[in-house]
Design a protein around this ligand. Structure first.
Ligand code: NAD
Ligand code: UFG
Length: 338
């Protein structure tokens, strides 16, 4: 199968490329390297011993996108390209809407021009907003609480309307919970450009000596140990979910939103303890005030993914921490070292 992958050089994209190439698919990556490095693609080539086409361009550039899609003529598209920092989305909302919403609209129009009718989209559990009940199932009301989440909810709606209006179209909206970890080789992984916003990359940078200590944002939540509880999903499992979604899209029409998580909540303190075991050293922490906008608990109902995609997570928190640590310890400055 020919697969067009926007944002393929990024964290989740690069791991999905490994799975796609290993399964024998032909791939074209479309990425402007806004938050990624071409080194990640070189490493993917080394890992798989396979090549891929690469177009360096922006999803906001309608002409370039249409040209790339019509030239490659894919069977399906996986759409990772986007901006993802919740805090930043409050400061530069228009850039988020242009990239995440207009970029998605451009992509669908370019798919029409290339007669491509299958898309797998990177959505997020953040579209649910505050939990009205747990676990979050796909019927939970959509009520995002920040601009980033609203761009994802809007892009979902646009894709759903496109799928309704396009005969035989198939769209899968994958709502990721908290992707973490790295490829087991330690050759690719998450490489935040700035101070990490997310828990595991921050912990990894403390472990490797790039940061002094982790601030735990609140220990007075209504959880087992008072710290926030999340559904961490290994990025290699997440990559496999994309292959399962592509297979599903070949046999289904319409648009489906599907959670991608393990269904298990893990607290901040539990994750830190697992990381300490993986790296064999203590992680310095301090208790800090709650981070505005954080919820106590978030975890997925996973039955829809099992039913429709025949997919469930295989890797656990120890795998997530061990693989993250291998990546971080062998690449302390991320891809910058190359
Ligand atoms: P990432 O930043 O590592 O990857 C995104 C990729 O898109 C990067 O390679 C970046 O260079 C590219 N990109 C950004 N703007 C672009 C543009 N205008 N034109 C072309 N390419 C552009 O992020 P990731 O963690 O791999 O996330 C991938 C997708 O998954 C994103 O859409 C993100 O919103 C979504 N998502 C991520 C998480 C998470 O925690 N990592 C959770 C839920 C959803
Ligand atoms: N946390 C800390 N210290 C830190 C960073 C995080 O204690 O330095 C805590 C948070 O308070 C939270 C937990 O660790 O309890 C997880 O926080 P993350 O920032 O790693 O993840 P979030 O659940 O807040 O958000 C992530 C992504 C969003 C996405 C959401 C749902 O950042 O983009 O998961 O999938 F929408």
């Amino acid at each position: 199968m020919k697969v067009f992958v926007t944002g393929g050089a990024g964290y989740i994209g690069s791991h999905t490329l490994v799975a796609l190439l290993a399964a024998g698919h032909e791939v074209c990556v479309y990425d402007n390297f806004d938050n990624s490095s071409p080194v990640a693609l070189a490493r993917v080539r080394q890992l798989t011993n396979r090549d891929m086409a690469v177009v360096e361009a922006d999803v906001r550039d309608n002409d370039a996108l249409t040209r790339a899609l019509t030239d490659f003529a894919p069977d399906a598209v996986v759409h990772f390209a986007g901006l993802k920092a919740v805090g930043e989305s409050n400061d530069i909302p228009l850039r988020y809407y242009q990239t995440n919403v207009t970029g998605t609209m451009n992509l669908l129009a370019a798919m029409d021009a290339a007669r491509c009718k299958r898309i797998v989209f990177s959505s997020s559990a953040t579209v649910y907003g505050e939990a009205q009940y747990l676990p979050f199932d796909e019927e939970h009301p959509i009520a995002p609480t920040n601009p980033y989440g609203r761009t994802k909810a809007m892009a979902e709606s646009v894709i759903g309307d496109w799928a309704s209006a396009t005969p035989d179209a198939s769209a899968v909206l994958l709502r990721y919970f908290n992707p973490v970890g790295a490829h087991e080789s330690g050759r690719i992984g998450e490489d935040p450009q700035d101070i990490p916003n997310n828990l595991m990359p921050f912990v990894a940078q403390v472990a490797v000596g790039r940061r002094a200590k982790l601030s735990i944002f609140g220990d007075d939540y209504d959880t087992r140990d008072g710290t926030g509880e999340r559904d961490y999903i290994h990025v290699v499992d997440l990559a496999a979910a994309h292959l399962a979604a592509l297979e599903y899209s070949a046999r289904a029409v319409g648009c489906e939103a599907i959670n991608v998580g393990t269904g298990q909540g893990i607290t901040v303190k539990e994750l830190v303890a697992a990381y300490e075991a993986a790296c064999g050293q203590p992680i310095a922490v301090e208790i800090a005030p709650r981070r505005p906008g954080d919820v106590a608990s978030s975890y997925a109902a996973t039955t829809k993914a099992e039913r429709l995609l025949n997919w469930c997570a295989a890797l656990d928190v120890d795998d997530m921490c061990a693989n993250s640590w291998l990546w971080q310890s062998e690449n302390p400055m991320g891809f910058e070292g190359d």
